[in-house]
Design a binder for this molecule. Structure first.
Ligand code: NAP
Length: 351
């Protein structure tokens, strides 16, 4: 049996190339992956998939494209996977992650897992070979799609074994955004004023909760959320100093409101956790010079950030949200477990 490449290059379907010397892309950049799990490689783990947790920006885009029809989202998922061999949304470029049961473990990765383990992938669906035989149900409230199908985990791709003492759908929802809170913990310092955009969503709430844990009684957390029920739920947790119901795409309104709340200084740190494009400049203009803006949102345009900041002379550090941080799954699960109110809010929404 062949070993297969640890990064998954052996599953990349070569496209016609402009020149023979053009390099082969890694699976995430590839247009198409070979999702045939009858082909066996020693470095792979094969999973029977139960649920896809679709990235929020991707789910929102598909919902809009399907006119709000959940079955339409299911059809778009199937269509994308048939075309690309992976759930890699061609519009947003983002994926999600999955929950499933290990079906086969290659000889070279025997130490990683056992057949029968229930696991959640921590690498994006945009680089995970996937076959969908049937869409079983689409759950819009949690952006989760139950399916029948199989997926491949490469040797370099992280995944987590499902804990026994937590609802699986809840764990899947939390792990989808597991990279957010550990980055907040690294960046927030006592006394900081922190702004979170899209603060009432899944990653936004986790960012607020982690920021409060780091700040203790010091500093301030300002939150902007456009969905009124989510703004109210966040407010009820009592972790933010101010929750503003506003559209973060309204750049001038965001700038002015934050200036008003910070006596014209701006915030030290902004986290963008929205699921929609167009919020880059609100985040940048709300942040003081030499402050940091962390773009967790996959709806972010790097061009809009870089050229936009330059264009208004904003001397801020622009950070792209890496979905991975060492120990991120355990970190984020512990954050939710330790706070009963946060846990029950997540249980209500995502299970
Ligand atoms: P989510 O639960 O849908 O939260 C997004 C929140 O932002 C929602 O409450 C949404 O309200 C709100 N929002 C949307 N447009 C807004 C606007 N114009 N102004 C203010 N608030 C607005 O999403 P999530 O799962 O936390 O994901 C958030 C972002 O992180 C997405 O862009 C996703 O792609 C990205 N993500 C990144 C990684 C990574 O590795 N970096 C991993 C996973 C997800 P509505 O409910 O009305 O839409």
């Amino acid at each position: 049996m062949e070993l297969g490449d640890p990064l998954g290059l052996h599953r990349v379907v070569p496209e016609p190339r402009a020149s023979e010397t053009d390099p082969l892309p890694l699976p995430q950049r590839a247009t198409r992956l070979d999702n045939d799990t009858d082909k066996c490689f020693e470095s792979e783990i094969v999973v029977d998939v139960a649920t896809l947790n679709i990235d929020a920006a991707s789910f929102r885009q598909m919902e809009e494209a399907a006119g709000g029809d959940p079955d339409g989202v299911g059809r778009l998922v199937k269509e994308t996977v048939e075309k690309r061999g992976k759930q890699h949304n061609p519009v947003t470029g983002s994926g999600g992650m999955l929950l499933g049961k290990v079906k086969r473990v290659g000889d070279a990765v025997r130490d990683r897992s056992n057949v029968g383990d229930r696991i959640a992938t921590l690498a994006s669906l945009s680089l995970t070979p996937l076959r969908v035989t049937r869409v079983v149900a689409v759950r819009a409230a949690s952006a989760q799609v139950d399916i029948e199908g199989t997926a491949v985990i490469f040797a370099s791709a992280p995944f987590a074994k499902m804990p026994n003492n937590m609802n699986e759908r809840l764990v899947l929802a939390i792990l989808d955004v597991a990279g957010a809170a550990p980055q907040v913990a690294r960046l927030v310092k006592p006394g900081h004023t922190v702004l979170v955009l899209g603060a009432g969503g899944k990653s936004g709430i986790l960012c607020c909760a982690e920021a409060r844990r780091k700040l203790g009684k010091s500093g301030r957390i300002l939150a902007i959320e456009s969905h009124p029920p989510y703004a109210r739920e966040l407010n009820s947790l009592g972790i933010c100093d101010m929750v503003v119901e506003a559209d973060a795409r309204d750049v001038v309104a965001v700038r002015d409101r934050i200036a008003e709340l910070t006596q014209g200084e701006g915030v030290d740190l902004t986290f963008s956790c929205v699921n929609t494009p167009g919020c880059e400049m609100g985040a940048i203009l709300a942040t003081k010079d030499r402050g940091k803006v962390y773009f967790f949102a996959m709806s972010t345009s790097v061009t809009a950030c870089a050229l936009g900041a330059e264009g208004v002379g904003a001397d801020v550090d622009l950070l792209i949200g890496n979905g991975f941080a060492e120990g991120h799954a355990e970190h984020t699960l512990a954050l939710v477990r330790e706070d009963n109110r946060l846990r029950s809010l997540f249980e209500r929404r995502y299970t």
